[in-house]
Design a protein around this ligand. Structure first.
Ligand code: PLP
Length: 400
């Protein structure tokens, strides 16, 4: 019989994917389901980027490339880090992988020994803890609720650090909460790290360009240059340029770390796709106005969703600074009864019931390590969002 390795025994199939599969099945059966679960922009990759990829194919860029990124793409990434983040990274301090997910995976595989701890504030992108566990490490989850703006405080960080701590993982703007760290927020945390030189920092900046109301983006290595030599700054093209399927992410960090990560990459994927690297090069070096335009679209939708949710008694939704998610509390609905007599006891119950009874698919906060909340991805049309909000309001109105 099939026997899985022990390293995957603690890791379940992602709840987000399970809900997505259920919602898709209902849709195929003819129901008009609105899926607010997607972690990707709803618009297509811009044409000039596709053209760059097609030109690369025609020019014969169809072979293995340098192990951790073509020199051309690394140069464009170095320029991006300099222009956007005021960070200097040389070519051997940059790695390119098959999505930012592989950057994070390589970093954990290259650094964690059994029992090593990684501090992760919750709510968090679930892959963080799963990757840490696959690599043999121990995720140390720190709840950071709405009362702290879903942000980790210096006190909580200080209390969580032990001699076994290897990494702190931060993500701003955040999936799933949309919360972002200001320079001052980061400075408070890097001050703690300065007192603990054995702790490294992974900064996940995937949603850098999706920030609202003029919120100024910053990243820890820029805020505190003294921790740059133990920081991995992670970014990618998936969210900024609607390129999730191309699978290109990158990271900047100290040479020794980048080299160790390339050892892992050399025995898993050999190199990222040549064509996708050409597309990413076109994205980073081309006109950037599309990024700003999309951001304004997202901001309108955020306002629509936050306002709509807060108008529903029992639901409370803080205003996110960025990304394309809202993370609202359904604490006020727990204990209430559905028309067929079922009691809503958890955020999971609420989301499951809403999908069953009103055809709206959302992901419970439990899936991101913080209850009782639910995540809405508003990377979908305004029309669908309005219909979904209407359905949620009507559903809640039937609760006794
Ligand atoms: N980091 C965060 C916070 C994300 O939400 C995602 C994707 O959902 C990623 C990293 C990975 O992105 P990719 O592997 O597509 O580059």
């Amino acid at each position: 019989a099939f026997r899985p390795a022990s390293r995957i025994s603690a890791i379940g199939v992602s709840e987000i994917l399970q809900i997505g599969a259920k919602a898709s099945a209902l849709k195929r059966s003819g129901r008009d389901v609105i899926i607010l679960g997607a972690g990707e922009p709803d618009f297509d990759t811009p044409d000039f980027i596709k053209d760059g990829a097609i030109a690369a194919i025609r020019a014969g860029q169809t072979k293995y490339t340098a192990l951790d990124g073509t020199p051309e793409l690394k140069a464009a990434i170095a320029a991006k880090f300099k222009t956007d983040n005021n960070l200097d990274y040389a070519a051997d301090e940059i790695t390119v992988s098959t999505g930012a997910k592989q950057v994070i995976y390589n970093a954990m595989m290259a650094t964690l020994d059994p029992g090593d701890e990684v501090i992760i504030p919750t709510p968090y992108w679930v892959s963080y803890s799963d990757i840490v566990q696959i690599a043999g490490g121990v995720p140390v989850l720190i709840p950071c609720g709405a009362e702290t703006g879903f942000r980790l405080s210096a006190e909580r960080l200080e209390a969580a650090i032990t001699p076994k701590t290897r990494w702190l993982m931060l993500n701003s703007p955040s999936n799933p909460s949309g919360a972002a760290y200001s320079r001052a927020d980061y400075k408070a945390l890097t001050d703690v790290l300065l007192r603990h030189p054995h702790v490294w920092l992974l900064a996940d900046d995937m949603y850098e360009h999706i920030l609202y109301d003029g919120f100024a983006f910053s990243t820890p290595a820029e805020v505190e240059p003294r921790i740059k030599d133990r920081t991995l700054t992670v970014n990618g093209v998936s969210k900024s340029y609607a390129m999730t399927g191309w699978r290109i992410g990158f990271g900047g960090g100290p040479k020794a770390l980048i080299k160790a990560m390339s050892v892992i990459q050399s025995q898993s994927t050999s190199c990222p796709s040549s064509v996708s690297q050409a597309a990413a090069l076109t994205a980073l070096t081309g006109p950037q106005d599309i990024v700003r335009e999309r951001c304004l679209d997202f901001q309108k939708r955020r306002d629509l969703v936050v306002e709509g949710l807060n108008a529903i008694p029992g639901i409370s939704c803080p205003k996110p600074e960025g990304a394309f998610y809202t993370f609202a509390s359904c604490a006020g609905l727990l204990g209430r009864k559905t028309p067929d007599g079922k009691v809503i006891e958890t955020d999971r119950d609420f989301c499951a019931w809403l999908l069953e009874s009103h055809d709206v698919a959302m992901v419970p906060g439990t899936a991101f390590g913080l209850a009782p909340f639910f995540r809405i991805s508003y990377a979908t049309s305004e029309k669908e969002l309005r219909t979904a909000l209407d359905r949620i309001a009507r559903a809640v109105a039937t609760l006794a």
